[in-house]
Design a protein around this ligand. Structure first.
Ligand code: NAP
Length: 329
């Protein structure tokens, strides 16, 4: 039986860590579709999961990590897919309760598989990955709630991160005035290249503060959570829209009801994990067309399975920018 390389996470005496191992298809969690992985990517959740940081994300050990992957179907017992189809898989239990994408072969339930949309290569699908899907889903949900370029500025915080860099590119492409907020002084020019009209240094808002402050943003893409999110609620314009998808700066925040009842601010939760499949396919279709980032090659860099452990540490230290794509072949 063919053996292949995979990055498996172990919990040994309470210490969670991953390493590259040899694996076989028979060892992988069950599923109808087996595909040969071309690329996977690194998301913040992967870094948390593979290092055991911030609570239990992986639900059974040992487990192959990686919450997204793109590749070519080798076999399928489900009639929706056949050998040779190019596909991608993200979300659900992939890489958290079911063996994930950091593996040269993957085996998953057919219900989790998305056919690669025309207009994307396997590399581009992985460079987008969960991060791009989350940015695209946030765009879709905010547009459904009336977001439009004419309404005013859009704030994107944690701006050099994976979701944020892709969101900036997508927003700028559609004509939005994007204000990027970052903790990295050296990356202002990079963010402008992606399409940010303005770049602000990361704020450290005081907890509390006045319940309503100067109206600044028509919409916001929040990677950070915590006090940053509280500050956003206080500084949104009338009918402002906040996409809340991240917790890089904390999970708790406190605000008042005043932004909601006096300014009509809407706080819109974005969960990439369990989107119904019709909406998921729609967003992937948009990622291949009107939302397709123009600077994906500047945002993404290629790493190998052997680089993963070190990369996770740098990601948790907010030392990276953009996206890392893991070449699997
Ligand atoms: N809801 C969902 O379905 C979903 C899907 C994907 C991601 N997420 C979440 O979205 C967030 C971003 O994910 P990602 O993959 O883009 O991560 P990432 O690439 O690591 O980006 C996070 C960025 O946040 C900023 N940041 C980090 N620590 C911070 C802190 N303590 N305070 C303020 N800012 C900080 C940094 O940007 P600067 O240095 O530029 O400020 C960092 O680059 C994560 O919390 C992730 O778990 C959620």
């Amino acid at each position: 039986m063919e053996t292949f390389k995979a990055y498996r996470v172990f919990n040994e005496d309470g210490k969670v860590a991953g390493r590259v191992v040899d694996a076989t298809l028979a060892e992988l969690a069950a599923g109808e579709v087996a595909f040969r992985t071309a690329y996977a990517s690194v998301n913040y959740k992967d870094a948390l999961a593979a290092t055991g940081t911030g609570g239990k994300i992986i639900r059974r050990y040992p487990l192959i990590a990686g919450i997204d992957a793109a590749g070519t179907v080798v076999s399928s017992t489900d009639p929706r897919f056949k050998a040779g189809d190019e596909v991608l898989c993200t979300s659900y239990d992939f890489g958290v309760g079911h063996d994930g994408g950091y593996s040269q072969m993957c085996r998953v339930p057919a219900d989790w598989v998305v056919r690669l949309p025309a207009g994307l290569t396997l590399f581009e699908a992985a460079a987008l990955g969960v991060a791009g899907y989350t940015a695209g889903l946030a765009m879709e949900l905010l547009e459904l709630n009336g977001m439009a370029p004419a309404n005013g500025k859009v704030l994107v915080n944690g701006a050099t991160g994976g979701v944020a860099t892709l969101a900036i590119d997508m927003l700028a492409r559609l004509g939005y005035h994007v204000v990027a907020m970052t903790g990295k002084a050296a990356e202002h020019e990079f963010l402008k290249k992606l399409g940010a009209a303005e770049v602000l240094p990361r704020q450290k808002p005081e907890p509390g503060g006045r319940p309503l402050e100067k109206e600044l943003w028509a919409a916001a893409f929040d990677s950070v959570g915590g006090e940053q999110l509280a500050w956003l609620t206080r500084t949104m314009q009338r009918n402002g829209l906040i996409a809340s998808f991240g917790n890089a700066g904390g999970i708790e925040f406190s605000t008042t009801v005043l932004p909601f009842i006096l300014r009509g601010v809407r706080l819109i939760g974005v969960d990439s994990g369990f989107t119904p499949m019709p909406l998921r396919r729609k967003v992937w279709g948009r990622l291949a067309t009107d939302l397709k980032p123009r600077f994906l090659n500047d945002i993404a860099r290629v790493i190998s399975l052997d680089d993963l452990s070190a990369y996770f540490g740098r990601m948790l230290g907010a030392e990276i920018r953009g996206r890392a794509v893991v070449r699997m072949s």
